[in-house]
Write a protein that binds this ligand. Structure first.
Ligand code: ADP
Ligand code: ZN
Length: 623
């Protein structure tokens, strides 16, 4: 076996950056990338937790190019392998994959290429490592490293344990001279220790990157009328790719149908659909043929698409982990992406219904706890980013993140003590035996049968909210916030009733105040063409995004990308990311040299696509 003597070990930093520029067209390392690449080149093991979109693949793809021998990449998602291999090949890396979906004769030819030393990268599924013939084959060829993607799958403490991953424990003993780099986007400290121990990593360079995704704009809106709110958002984001999450399959179907009726290019996705149709919808989304996917949380695992520009949650997610993972699918290319959570506390009853069906008592209690965590996130009157990162144990240092609705000044904190007292008084006067809509009916003085029958039009609080000229929706929003902030407790199963907590009593008796966020209506819009809301926002230096680009040119370039992608039979984001097209539409390169300055345009892609894009830019400039 070749010893660990690689000329690449003495790469200087500028050599590395130059190689990255040639292959990937990137001009700067993202946080931690350089350190990891250096470690691997020096023969060390690596354990890295980096958020989605953090740029994990470069950490092994660049070494695979610089080192002699093949890098074996273990990845659990067969559905993603082809895109990953296509993307590597587009950059001129020599990559193949082996998994059960590949025909036998094609598998043989991949193994031939491996044996001939023609591969920089070989992607395989973890179950390959159950086969001694495969391990034997690997031993006869020159390898340079192992990269293990989604490494948390090896830990039973994690949320995504896969027995197949257990087979990976043998890598270190079977190939002791090769560095092993393990990557994941999620791992608590406990899971981290477990991964390192199970894989047998040897004094690995350990990286825990910040969970922060600064390019994601975080927003919470009261959930009033989704069929009005969501189309209004979509109209401001024409042609952009995005995901709308709904909790139930029937809501997915209804919303997808409704949007399609409105002329929006939307398709549904959930586990109850015909598998073929579901797959076709995902594929069409991946290829930018469908703009919007309305989905349950079943959607996302097989999604590597980098140009998802928004993720909307039509219903309250059941926990913070899920929420962060789902919004994490937006903006992998680092460009701005918009995440809105439409919050109404009514959604908790659906979630509680599912929790009620859990058999294990501890599991039920844990789920209940997690639901309260996300409720308190939704009701908090503080920077969204700070709250989310705190949940994951990270302290956010700045007092203004710049990319949430709170920090961007889209909402203001207003005092709602008196109004909340009216609501809670109605609850107390009806013996804490009723649910939200009845309480709101009492406050606004509605003339319902239930109120008449129960004599609730006689209580002192009946109609106190009437002359304030506020809608039911307004009262409902305050009530939702009372629950989210823990002043009211929702008690009972299917028809929950509202009861006051200690905190609620404190507000009711004036011992403390109660605040909510109110959206500040900005009248002086609307923006023209595809100008998004995010563009106007104050930008902070920590954000590396393309700000002022020519939208019309971007649209033209996007069309070029789509047609080239079709010709090559790859998804458009594999040809170039939105980031790359945004830079082109800002810098307007008109020569190959200028084109190479654009992020994402390496030598291979310049040769392959440069002329097509230059032609489009020249044509546009002449006009
Ligand atoms: P992860 O696997 O961590 O989610 P990827 O490896 O898919 O992330 O990278 C996410 C996106 O960031 C891709 O579009 C990739 O091309 C881009 N990217 C990675 N590293 C850099 C870099 N140093 N400069 C610019 N873009 C980068
Ligand atoms: Zn903020």
């Amino acid at each position: 076996m070749p010893a660990m003597t690689n000329s690449a070990q003495c790469q200087t930093n500028s050599d590395l950056a130059a190689a990255m520029g040639r292959v990937f067209g990137f001009h700067q390392f993202r946080p931690n990338q350089e350190e990891i690449v250096q470690a691997v080149l020096g023969g060390s093991d690596v354990f890295a937790v980096m958020p989605t979109g953090g740029g994990k693949s470069l950490c092994y793809q660049l070494p695979s190019h610089l080192l002699t021998g093949t890098c074996v990449v273990i990845s659990p998602l067969i559905s993603l392998m082809k895109d990953q291999v296509d993307a590597a090949n587009e950059n001129g890396l020599r990559a193949e994959y082996l998994n059960s979906s590949l025909q036998y004769n094609l598998q043989a030819s991949v193994l031939d290429r491996l044996a001939a030393g023609e591969l920089d990268l070989l992607y395989v599924a973890p179950e390959r490592f159950t086969r001694s013939d495969f391990i034997a084959a690997l031993k006869t060829v020159r390898l340079c490293m192992f990269a293990i993607d989604e490494a948390h799958c090896i830990s039973e403490w994690g949320h995504d344990f896969r027995p197949d991953y257990m087979n990976l424990s043998q890598i270190v003993s079977e190939f002791p001279h090769l560095p092993v780099a393990a990557f994941t986007a999620t791992a608590t400290h406990r899971v981290q220790e477990d991964i390192i121990q199970r894989l047998g990593l040897r004094d690995p360079l350990t990286v825990r990157a910040s969970f922060d995704r600064p390019n994601l704009f975080l927003q919470i809106e009261p959930k009033n009328d989704l069929h009005r709110q969501i189309p209004a958002f979509l109209r401001k984001h024409p042609g952009e790719s995005g995901i709308i999450y709904r909790t139930t399959r029937s809501d997915v179907n209804a919303m997808a149908e409704f949007l399609a009726d409105q002329g929006i290019n939307a398709r549904p996705y959930h586990a109850g659909m015909d598998a073929e149709v579901r797959k076709a919808n995902q594929e069409a989304f991946n290829r930018d043929e469908v703009n919007v996917i309305v989905a349950t949380i079943a959607f996302g695992m097989g999604i590597d698409k980098s140009n998802v520009r928004f993720v909307l949650h039509g219903d309250l997610p059941k926990n913070m982990e899920g929420y962060y993972q789902e919004i994490g699918r937006a903006g992998r290319d680092g460009e701005p992406a918009h995440c809105i959570l439409y919050f109404g506390y009514g959604d908790t009853s659906t979630i509680r219904y599912f929790i009620g069906k859990m058999e294990d008592e501890n599991e039920r209690a844990a789920a209940e706890c997690k639901l309260n965590d996300i409720l308190s996130y939704a009701g908090a009157t503080a920077c969204r980013r700070q709250r989310i990162l705190a949940y994951f144990g990270e302290t956010y240092e700045s007092d203004n993140c710049g990319t949430c609705d709170v920090c961007a000044g889209d909402v203001e904190r207003v005092d709602a003590t008196v109004e909340s007292q009216m609501i809670m008084s109605a609850i107390v006067r009806t013996d804490q035996r009723f649910g939200a809509s009845h309480i709101v009916d009492i406050v606004v003085g509605a003339n319902t049968k239930k109120i008449r029958q129960l004599g609730h039009d006689q209580i002192k609080t009946y109609g106190v909210g009437k002359d304030k000229g506020k809608t039911k929706r307004h009262w409902r929003r305050i009530l939702d916030n009372l629950v989210a902030q823990g002043c009211l407790l929702s008690v009972g199963g299917e028809y929950p009733t509202l009861q006051l907590s200690q905190k609620g009593h404190d507000v009711l008796f004036g011992r403390t105040t109660f605040e909510i966020f109110e959206k500040i209506e900005k009248k002086s819009k609307p923006p023209s063409s595809a100008e998004t809301e995010t563009k106007k926002r104050p930008r902070r230096s920590r954000l590396d995004i393309v700000e002022d680009y020519d939208y019309d040119l971007f649209e033209q370039l996007r069309a070029v990308r789509t047609s080239l992608a079709r010709r090559q039979n790859v998804p458009p984001f594999v040809v170039f990311s939105d980031r790359t097209l945004h830079e082109m539409a800002r810098d307007i390169p008109t020569s190959p040299t200028a084109m190479r300055q654009i992020t994402g345009v390496g030598e291979r892609k310049l040769a392959q696509y440069g002329e097509d894009f230059l032609a489009a830019i020249r044509k546009y400039s002449r006009k």
